[in-house]
Ligand binder design. Structure first.
Ligand SMILES: [Fe+2]
Length: 250
């Protein structure tokens, strides 16, 4: 058992086998881990939380972060070597958190940015000022290009308050990720409602460094298990993320 609290006198066990599909742990490529040592420390933290499938998602937002494909490749190789040496059973994947712009589909096609684990699911980020219509337009563009949008930390967007928008996009094929902090933030009631209705696909902690305050995945797993039950925790931290990575959980 990694972590536990009492739930009707039974400890909750966080299984070793969680998946994290949204983090900024890869060294020296965005506003996440500064150097290799910090990357290794953050990987160890994820491992100790029970994460065994870790997808690095550096920002792809050329207006804020100059793309560094060589550095991404170099840091990924170092991360793989560290995991092989120190983190038994940890599997690593690469993708991007893609800030949606008019040329995004083209950039996905030419390999400037990539879907999660090289699959077809794109972790998509939007400007908070984007209208619901623009967001919908980007979702349709991605779907038409054969991609599945996974909206990053949807609790951040004002449109999130319109549940009908959320449901409509879900019907189109959009998936949703929330940050662990969403359970405790100003929209926690809405988040709970969406989790209860099975609308949320992935919980991640969007980890950037050692001090940023989002609860870690083990803490969030326990919270979800306590509040929504073990099936919900398994779905949000294991089954649905692994489906996105095309990994069988059997
Ligand atoms: Fe992020």
């Amino acid at each position: 058992m990694l972590f536990g609290r009492k739930k009707q006198n039974n400890p909750i066990e966080v299984p070793a086998g969680l998946a994290d599909l949204h983090c900024h742990i890869l060294a020296g490529v965005d506003d996440g881990a500064r150097d290799d040592d910090q990357m290794y420390e953050l990987m160890r933290l994820e491992y100790d939380c029970g994460v065994r499938y870790l997808c690095f998602t550096p920002h792809y937002n050329p207006a804020l972060f100059p793309p560094k494909p060589e550095k991404i490749a170099e840091s990924f190789e170092k991360a793989k070597a560290y995991a092989a040496r120190e983190l038994s059973g940890m599997e690593l994947f690469l993708g991007n958190e893609v800030f949606m712009r008019p040329d995004t589909i083209e950039r996905l096609r030419d390999g400037s940015c990539s879907a999660l684990g090289g699959g077809k699911t794109v972790l998509a980020e939007f400007s908070p000022s984007m209208s619901a219509e623009e967001i919908r337009m980007y979702a349709v563009k991605l779907l038409s290009a054969g991609k599945t949008p996974l909206f990053a930390h949807i609790e951040r967007y004002e449109h999130f308050d319109d549940l009908q928008d959320i449901f409509d996009l879900k019907d189109l094929g959009v998936k949703y990720q929330i940050n662990t902090s969403a359970f405790f933030g100003p929209r926690k009631k809405l988040v709970s409602k969406l989790v209860e209705q099975g609308v949320i696909d992935v919980v991640a902690d969007d980890r950037h460094n050692l001090t940023r305050g989002n609860p870690n995945l083990a803490e969030a797993y326990i919270y979800v298990d306590e509040k929504f039950g073990e099936r919900a925790a398994q779905a949000l931290f294991v089954r649905r993320p692994l489906d996105i990575l095309n990994i069988s959980n059997q």
